[in-house]
Design a protein around this ligand. Structure first.
Ligand SMILES: Nc1nc2c(ncn2[C@@H]2O[C@H](COP(=O)(O)OP(=O)(O)OP(=O)(O)O)[C@@H](O)[C@H]2O)c(=O)[nH]1
Ligand SMILES: [Mg+2]
Length: 408
C-alpha cells in the first residue's frame, strides 16, 4: 500500500437517494483513477487526460464507466459496470457521483480499497451545511486572513445575512431586485472562498532572461529558483507558495520563451534543445491551469512582439493576464506603476505583490460577510437571487430549507 493512500469518503448517507457521491483525495489519485475508469465507449481514460482535466480552468463533469472487476464475471464485456460522473477540481481531489444504488456503490468503494485506497474516517453528511464546510476547511486555511474568513463562517455570518435579508424583504426595506443584488454580490465571492484552502496559481512567463526566476525569489523572499545572466537558465518549472494581502498564491517560474520560438498554440521553427523544449512544454501546460499569467517584459531589452503573442495566447485560453515591466533599475526614466518592478527594490516588489492580490481578488468581501466556500453554496445564493428576480419573495418552506442548510 502507498505511504499516503488515496482517501475515500462517502459524502452521501447509504440509502439516502438515487445518487451517491464519493470524494477521493490523495497524491496518487490520478494513477488510481487511470487504472479503473473507462469512457462510456469502453476505452481507458489515461492519466494524461485526467491531468489535463484537473488543470483546466473549467472543470467539466466527465461521464465515466467503472468496471467492477472484483466480481466473478468471466468476460470484460460482461462485467457489471457502474456509470458515474467524475468531477476533478484538482490533481488530488475528485468527486464521483454514482447512480447504481447501494450495492454497486459499495462495489466501487471496495474496488478502490482493494487497489490501495483507504476509507476516510467520519463521513461528511449529504448536502454539507455551511458551517460544516467551514469546519472542514478551517484546518486547511492557507493564511491568517483565510482563517478569519472561515471563522466568520463558522460563527454564523451566513445565518445573520439571510435572516436580515428575509426581514428586509418582509418589511420592504429592500425591493426584491435589491435583495437579489445582495445575493449576487455574495455569490461573486465564490472564487475567493474556494481559494481560502487552496492557493491561487500565478505563472511567471515571458522572454528568456526577463528576470522571472529573480522576481519569484524576490516575491517569496528567499532563493527558491536558480538565476543566471545566461538566457535559458530555467528549464524546469519551479514553484513556491507565498501570500499577498493574505491571499495565498503559488507562484510558478517557467522556462523563458525564445523570441524566435512560437508561443503556446502556434507552430514554427524550433531552435532550442530537447531539455529546454521540455521545459517550455511544461510552461505551456502550466499556463493552461493558471488563475493569472504574468508576462514579464524587461525594460532594458523589451520584446513587445513576444509579449503581445503571449498575452494573446492567454486571452485565447480565457486566462487573466498582466504584463509586468522588469529590471526598472536599469532604465532610470521609466514610468512608475504597480506593474513595473525592479527585483533590487523591495518597495517595488511589495507593490507588485499587492497588485497581484488586487488582480486576483478585485472586490474582496468585507469582514463578517458571508462567503460561499463551495460551488454548491454559491449556487444556493444564485438560485435564491434568480427566484427574487422572478418576483418570488421566497416562501416559508424555501426559507426553512435554506436556514437548515446554513445551520448544519
Ligand atoms: N539589474 C537587474 N538585474 C536583474 C533583475 N532581475 C533579474 N536580473 C538579472 O537578469 C539576469 C536573468 O535573470 P533570471 O531571473 O535568471 O531571468 P529568467 O527570466 O529566469 O531567465 P531564464 O530562466 O533564462 O528564462 C540575471 O543576471 C539577473 O541577476 C532586476 O530587476 N534588475
Ligand atoms: Mg529563470
Amino acid at each position: 500500500m502507498a505511504a499516503h493512500p488515496v482517501e475515500i469518503t462517502r459524502l452521501t448517507a447509504a440509502g439516502s437517494g438515487a445518487v451517491a457521491v464519493l470524494r477521493l483525495e490523495g497524491e496518487d489519485l490520478l494513477p488510481l483513477l487511470g487504472r479503473h475508469l473507462l469512457t462510456p465507449g469502453g476505452r481507458p481514460i489515461t492519466e494524461e487526460r485526467l491531468a489535463q482535466e484537473a488543470d483546466s480552468a473549467r472543470h467539466r463533469p466527465i461521464f465515466v464507466h467503472i468496471p467492477l472487476t472484483n466480481t466473478a464475471a468471466r468476460d470484460a464485456a460482461d462485467r457489471p459496470r457502474e456509470e458515474a460522473v467524475l468531477y476533478l477540481p484538482s490533481r488530488t481531489t475528485a468527486e464521483l457521483s454514482c447512480h447504481g444504488g447501494d450495492l454497486l456503490v459499495e462495489s466501487v468503494i471496495s474496488l478502490f480499497l482493494a487497489d490501495g485506497a483507504a476509507a476516510a474516517s467520519g463521513a461528511v453528511p449529504q448536502d454539507e451545511g455551511f458551517r460544516s464546510s467551514a469546519r472542514r476547511l478551517l484546518p486547511k486555511a492557507e493564511t491568517d486572513r483565510a482563517a478569519e474568513v472561515l471563522l466568520d463562517q463558522l460563527g454564523g455570518a451566513a445565518r445573520r445575512f439571510w435572516t436580515d435579508l428575509f426581514d428586509a424583504i418582509d418589511t420592504r426595506a429592500l425591493t426584491l431586485a435589491q435583495a437579489a443584488e445582495r445575493l449576487e454580490k455574495i455569490a461573486s465571492y465564490e472564487s475567493f472562498g474556494e481559494h481560502l484552502a487552496r492557493p491561487y496559481r500565478v505563472v511567471l512567463s515571458g522572454v528568456v532572461n526577463a528576470g522571472k526566476s529573480t522576481l519569484l525569489n524576490a516575491l517569496v523572499g528567499y532563493d527558491r529558483a536558480l538565476t543566471a545572466p545566461e538566457a535559458g537558465t530555467t528549464r524546469d518549472a519551479v514553484s513556491a507558495e507565498t501570500a499577498f494581502e493574505g491571499i495565498a498564491v503559488r507562484l510558478y517560474d517557467t522556462a523563458g520563451m525564445r523570441p524566435n520560438r512560437p508561443s503556446p498554440g502556434e507552430t514554427g521553427p524550433d531552435t532550442v534543445d530537447a531539455v529546454e523544449r521540455e521545459g517550455i512544454r511544461l510552461a505551456e501546460s502550466l499556463l493552461s491551469g493558471a488563475d493569472l499569467v504574468l508576462i514579464l517584459n524587461p525594460l532594458d531589452d523589451p520584446d513587445d512582439e513576444l509579449t503581445g503573442r503571449l498575452a494573446a495566447a492567454a486571452a485565447a485560453g480565457s486566462r487573466a493576464c498582466a504584463v509586468v515591466r522588469t529590471k526598472a533599475d536599469l532604465v532610470p526614466d521609466h514610468r512608475s506603476d504597480p506593474l513595473t518592478v525592479s527585483a533590487l527594490d523591495p518597495k517595488s516588489v511589495e507593490r507588485l505583490g499587492k497588485q497581484i492580490a488586487n488582480i486576483l481578488v478585485p472586490a474582496p468581501p468585507e469582514s463578517g460577510s458571508p462567503v460561499p466556500l463551495t460551488g454548491d453554496e454559491a449556487a444556493l445564493y444564485r438560485r435564491a437571487a434568480a427566484a427574487l428576480r422572478g418576483g418570488n419573495p421566497l416562501s416559508d418552506a424555501d426559507r426553512e430549507v435554506i436556514i437548515t442548510r446554513l445551520d448544519s
